[in-house]
Design a protein around this ligand. Sequence first.
Ligand code: KIV
Length: 267
Amino acid sequence: MNTPKVTAETIRAMKGRERIAALTAYDFAMTQWLDAAGVPLLLVGDSVGMVVLGYPDTTHVTMEEMEHHVRSAARAKPRALLAADLPFNSCLTVAAALENTRRLLAAGAEAIKAEGGRNILPQVRAIIAAGIPFLGHLGMLPQNVVAEGGYHVKGKTPEERSNLMADAVALAEAGAFGIVLELVTPPVAREITAQIPIPTIGIGSGSDCDGEILVTTDLLGTSPGLVPRHVKKHWHFAEQMGAAVVEWKEGVIRPRRQSTDHKDHKI
Ligand code: KIV
């Protein structure tokens, strides 16, 4: 069946009709099989820095690294919408945001995500004014991990709640097609979801968002280090891959038959 290309408009129109499943994708092969599984929104997230490149957090990820991974993912030509993250400190000014957005688009991204709300509103407005689909990201912002001394749930105080709500409304009014809500308390995520006309895509924010996004390697059990608490169904592919390699290696170093047994070889 020929299924149509997913656009930012497709994702926006899913609100209230269909829940949105989204995952991160970091290269060609991964993008191909996630797309074949029918995931409509794929994100080349700067989480690539932690789960692929081995950095301790996402503040080390560079534009060049993002471009490299976006190029690889885009070669899969997914039916899914392919979004990409503006990495740490890459959108401090409107000019930088536009320049770096254009670099990610040139690498093959079809939509841009950046962390922040009213603090980056001029940048968001400029990206959207240039006709580029923009995905917001509010709540716990991984790029703030050093500044905030860790990954903290957001929305616990009335002040955090009203700031999150004001940021979400501002991004929606600016024309974002959706907002990722990361580690937001479920009641606040629910309230934002009910309040704004664009989809919320939660990660560790309860089950009342319009959709959910996960770091794919967390879902598969291949992320290095601890798996976040919000990853409920945890597969164990790292162990399985290790077992496959051990089995193969044993066959190489302790062959069961001598290689003089040529009759099995049909060429
Ligand atoms: O970088 C990333 O993978 C993300 C998701 C966790 C939403 O921003």
